[in-house]
Design a protein around this ligand. Structure first.
Ligand SMILES: C[S@@+](CC[C@H](N)C(=O)[O-])C[C@H]1O[C@@H](n2cnc3c(N)ncnc32)[C@H](O)[C@@H]1O
Length: 224
């Protein structure tokens, strides 16, 4: 994407009522005013809250919001020019139960309060295979700790990925640490049994992997 186009999207994001872009200091140094208040202040209801981490263009957030009008969805990504797409679609199509938050997932426990979140989707995260990048892998023990902090005790995490490495790594870590694997599938379009929304919604990255005939995997789990 050209830099002019990006700038235009950044400017437009600032005018969108469904986009939130706190600075690092606003999250870390002060009490972020939406922390613990997303339902009341943003969605104006008391419905369950679902996050999509590394949402890219926000396909899951938007499609799930349409499918489940009685739940609230927040797509989170550091790249505002990407989620501009989802935010714009939500505005154009009057989908009021979805919003977008620009932040690093590393700061998620500063953006949401304990027990505020009902469910998390992690869609096609970078597997961060190189040793030096392990700390950025979105299902490592540190990230799971952050998710646990904001999830309700019964809250679940969904991981959809094309990366066999990420799938195997996450399953191994979950089993090793005694977390609860509710369901796992290593090829969702070939092996039946996945929840409907796993096979009915495709993200931007996913459609590219599907063209390359890569198997798409899925895990649903609870953090103990
Ligand atoms: C491979 S893309 C997948 C995007 C989208 N979910 C999809 O399937 O099309 C990974 C996304 O995660 C975002 N991301 C990676 N690490 C992140 C982090 N630590 N905090 C916030 N976003 C992150 C990137 O900006 C990118 O949009």
């Amino acid at each position: 994407m050209g830099s002019k186009n990006k700038l235009r999207r950044f400017r437009e994001n600032e005018t969108f009522t469904n986009v939130f872009q706190p600075t690092r200091d606003e999250l870390v140094k002060s009490d972020f005013d939406l922390k613990g208040n997303w339902r009341i202040k943003v969605f104006k209801n008391n419905n369950p809250l679902v996050l999509e981490l590394g949402c890219g263009k926000g396909e899951y957030s938007v499609a799930l919001a349409q499918k489940y009008p009685n739940k609230n969805f927040i797509g989170i990504d550091i790249k505002g020019a990407r989620f501009w797409r989802g935010a714009k679609t939500a505005i154009e199509e009057n989908i009021a139960n979805v919003a977008f938050l620009r932040t690093q997932i590393e700061l998620i426990d500063h953006a949401f309060a304990e027990n505020e979140v009902d469910e998390i989707w992690i869609t096609f995260p970078d597997p961060q295979i190189k040793y030096k990048r392990t700390k950025h892998r979105m299902t490592n023990a540190e990230f799971l700790k952050r998710y646990k902090q904001i999830l309700k005790p019964e809250g679940v995490v969904n991981l959809k990925t094309d990366s066999e490495f990420m799938h195997g790594y996450t399953l191994g870590l979950l089993h090793g640490a005694g977390h609860e694997v509710i369901y796992a599938n290593h090829n969702v379009y070939k092996q039946e049994g996945s929840p409907e929304e796993v096979t009915s919604i495709q993200t931007f990255y996913e459609s590219q992997y599907l063209e390359q005939n890569k198997p798409i995997t899925y895990i649903r789990f609870k953090i103990k």
